[in-house]
Design a protein around this ligand. Structure first.
Ligand SMILES: [Zn+2]
Length: 434
């Protein structure tokens, strides 16, 4: 399996700032609205250069995922993740698949005095040539104490590079994540060394919860505008009775999701509805709800579709958007399903109703708290069938499709938030998150 060579800009910050969080994007901006009645988070994309795009493969008769993976130096797991495939999806001849380079987790370490490539390779059980190639070091280059390096980690095996202490292993699922997707991170702990652990993908704080006797699980939202490459989780832990916490940075590989771009022409008569203070006040109201401290997880299996199968999506999550041919600096934060007025909308998973009321922008809106920092939203309903505080089960009626609020046609805008960040809700129909 070929190692993924990070470009200089994907590498760690310079020595001396080992724990400086790498920024995913430069800032978040105002909310804007489309005439379709959907919401976009305006963001400034990061200024990093994108690596080469992953290969695209048009499926031929007789192709298998294993054969495609071999052809492109990829893995079946990476292809499944990059294309949002479900385990039982059939491959169609003519279908185009993204074939990302093989996923190889890389672990950041800091060199100690007198470390050499040879001594590091021996300590961590890796090849000196791999270390040199991954870190783009010149032959014979000396290492400085405190220098940041990346170590290859064998997938599926406990990392050899974790420092002694309470953290035994870290794993991410899916191992390769598409822009805008959710990834579950599992941290295995040594039960004999009690410690408090925190996890963040700055500026995102990731709530951790116990899963099993000696493990913690957190759900990470990968922003839809994350540049392909690596994002770095900041893990910190503090052993019981110790004053100093230790930190570690853990990489997650992000691949291009291939989101389409769409230009929206705003008619003049929508100008009044776009008043920024109305949009902002409503957004702040929603943020206060979905950024609240997480409640206990309530889902136990896959999420269900909120509408019957017959209703297919029009505007997908992640669609890049520009307004009146302006810059592409926003994306569709949910999934749109056009459907006739009155089409029933069902709860996709257990939860409690956090909000159920008419809003100016989102129209008749329902927001469900599924626990664990996960919320789902249903906008533009013609009527609402639940009330705030009510507990719902999968399949319970939430309301009916309409075109209330800032919307120009009957449709459901379905939105999923993880730790306050909009993620692809369709992933949750085919992936069972812990
Ligand atoms: Zn929408």
């Amino acid at each position: 399996m070929a190692a993924v060579r990070p470009t200089p800009r994907q590498r760690l910050p310079s020595a001396g700032r080992p724990n400086t969080p790498r920024r995913q994007w430069l800032g978040r901006g105002l909310m804007l609205l489309a005439v379709a009645g959907v919401f976009m988070l305006l963001t400034a994309a990061t200024a990093q250069a994108a690596p080469l795009p992953p290969a695209r493969h048009v499926i031929q008769p007789g192709d298998t995922l294993a054969a495609i993976a071999q052809q492109y130096g990829s893995t079946v797991e990476a292809i499944v993740a990059a294309n949002g495939l479900a385990a039982d999806d059939a491959l169609a001849v003519g279908q185009t698949l993204i074939a990302p380079a093989a996923a190889q987790p890389l672990l950041p370490i800091e060199t100690r005095p007198r470390d050499t490539l040879a001594s590091l390779a021996q300590r961590y059980g890796v090849s000196p040539a791999d270390l040199q190639a991954i870190n783009q070091l010149a032959p014979g280059q000396r290492l400085a104490p405190g220098q940041d390096l990346l170590l290859p980690v064998r997938p599926g095996q406990p990392s050899p590079a974790l420092p002694p202490g309470p953290i035994l292993a870290i794993s991410a699922s899916p191992a390769v994540v598409r822009q805008g997707q959710t990834v579950a991170v599992r941290i295995e702990l040594d039960a004999s060394q009690p410690a408090s652990v925190t996890l963040a993908l700055p500026p995102q704080q990731i709530p951790l919860r116990p899963t099993g006797a000696a493990a913690l699980t957190g759900l990470v939202a990968v922003h839809a505008f994350t540049e392909p490459g690596y994002v770095w989780l900041d893990l910190a832990w503090q052993a019981a009775g110790e004053a100093i916490s230790q930190t570690l940075r853990w990489p997650i590989q992000v691949v291009d999701a291939g989101y389409p771009t769409f230009d929206i022409v705003l008619p003049d008569d929508k100008g009044e509805l776009l008043a920024p203070e109305i949009v902002q006040a409503e957004l702040e109201r929603m943020m206060a709800l979905w950024n609240a401290p997480p409640t206990p997880v309530r889902w136990r299996r896959f999420f269900q579709r909120p509408l019957a199968e017959a209703f297919v999506t029009s505007a997908p999550f992640g669609q890049r958007r520009s307004y009146n041919s302006g810059p592409v600096n926003s994306f569709h934060a949910g999934q749109d399903f056009p459907a006739p007025q009155g089409t029933p909308i069902y709860a996709p998973a257990p939860g409690s109703v956090a909000l159920a009321e008419p809003l100016q922008v989102r129209g008749n809106a329902v927001l469900i708290d599924h626990g664990g920092g996960v919320f789902s939203g249903y906008w533009h309903l013609t009527d609402i069938a639940v009330s705030a505080g009510q507990q719902v089960q999968p399949g319970d009626l939430l309301g009916h499709v309409g075109t209330t609020g800032l919307s120009t046609g009957n449709h459901l805008h379905w939105e999923l938030r993880v730790n306050g960040f909009a993620v692809d809700p369709m992933q949750w129909l085919t992936t069972r998150f812990p």
